[in-house]
Design a binder for this molecule. Structure first.
Ligand SMILES: [Zn+2]
Length: 383
């Protein structure tokens, strides 16, 4: 074991422990960090928590990170985020080559040594609910702060910092739990044991508060219908994509009719947009009664692209199932898996006043980037 692995032993263990547990982490998402007085080691962009090694962390100079809060950045989103990213890259210790996670700035000002930031479905059942804030206050009191959804990146970090510091002033201690509306949770402590204690208590409290848990008992998709949808999606996209269908009890409860499907028809968090799209394409069951159902489904896919400027990542078919789409089987599976997470969040949110999606301007903020990517791809002839 080299010295870096030795220094990072505890945070590596925490990363693997939480990263390997599906109740806490999907697709390696979330991020972790450890710091001493001088240096913060934070997960680099593009690493999965369950498989991360010491090289997956970036060492950053804490005084350079602190200096970011003394600076004034441009008002414009693009300009601002570009300058902050430059300062973040410059805050890396000499010899560091990877890019720190976009959420690294959120880790930098938290005084505790260990931070485990995750997006568990159970937690998001509360952070994506109409009475989320009131529930968090009632259940966790002064141990936590609740931060409402704002632009990701610098603005989010700044709002969290301001609220955490005012909480510290008021109560005498920095909040161990930070709930981010329509996003997830930051848990911070000075020992791994405390991190575990806080997460266990958090999950136990939420489990005890929910009236109903998702029923994900798998159901079989009619193979004839599946084939029609698969071909319809391919024809509509005009290329050979992979399609992965899923069906389970709660998914089909939502997919019973358009009205019932509303709680799963938009995006709860930025991760949901990235993996399963900002909204699924909804297809009514009547499509199967038409003389050429494959062409009808293909037309709906084309209409979606015309309206939304990006292809659908998930097609939700009434009383049938959800179909994840991707250029590889892995991406198609990820789309399905994350859409099932949407189902879980929607079910849990029932216990906290009902579902509440990301606000339109927040969705737009993430999507602007996605639409640009897609345009660039189409121009290069890869669309
Ligand atoms: Zn996050």
């Amino acid at each position: 074991m080299n010295s870096r692995s030795e220094v990072l032993k505890d945070i590596l263990h925490l990363s693997h422990q939480y990263g390997g547990n599906q109740d806490y982490v999907l697709l390696g998402g979330g991020n972790t960090s450890w710091k001493d007085d001088r240096v913060m080691y934070v997960k680099a962009s593009g690493h999965a928590l369950d498989e991360i090694t010491a090289d997956g962390f970036v060492a950053m100079d804490r005084s350079a990170l602190d200096a970011i809060w003394e600076k004034t950045y441009p008002e414009g989103r693009k300009e601002r985020e570009r300058e902050v990213l430059e300062d973040m890259m410059a805050a890396r210790l000499p010899g560091e080559t990877s890019r720190p996670s976009v959420e690294a700035l959120l880790h930098s000002f938290i005084p505790m040594q260990f931070i485990v930031h995750l997006h568990p479905a159970l937690v998001n059942g509360m952070t994506c609910a109409r009475e989320g804030r009131a529930s968090a206050e009632a259940l966790f009191g002064d141990e936590m702060i609740w931060v409402e959804s704002v632009d990701p990146g610098y603005i989010l970090a700044k709002v969290v910092r301001d609220e955490a510091l005012s909480h510290e002033k008021r109560t005498g201690s920095f909040p161990a739990i930070i709930f981010l509306e329509n996003h997830g949770v930051f848990v911070s402590a000075d020992t791994p044991k405390e991190i575990d204690m806080i997460y266990n208590r958090l999950m136990d409290t939420l489990t005890a508060s929910v009236q109903r848990s998702p029923d994900l008992s798998p159901l079989v998709i009619d193979p004839r219908r599946e084939e029609i949808i698969r071909r319809g999606i391919r024809n509509g996209l005009d290329r050979d994509v992979k399609v992965v269908g899923v069906a389970n009890r709660d998914l089909l409860k939502f997919a019973d009719n358009s009205q019932a499907s509303q709680p799963i028809r938009s995006a709860f968090t930025p991760d949901h947009i990235v993996y399963s799209g900002h909204k699924p394409l909804w297809i009514e069951e009547t499509v199967f009664d038409l003389s050429n159902p494959t062409e009808a489904a293909a037309d709906l896919v084309k209409q979606y692209i015309a309206d939304e400027q990006v292809p659908p990542k998930v097609v939700l078919v009434q009383r049938t199932g959800a179909f994840g789409i991707g250029s590889t089987v892995r991406l198609a599976e990820s789309a399905s898996l994350v859409f099932i997470d949407t189902v879980k969040v929607a079910v849990y949110s029932e216990s906290f006043g009902g579902y509440s999606f990301m606000k339109d301007d927040q969705i737009k903020f993430i999507r602007t980037w996605e639409v640009e990517q897609y345009r660039a791809q189409v121009q290069e002839g890869r669309g």
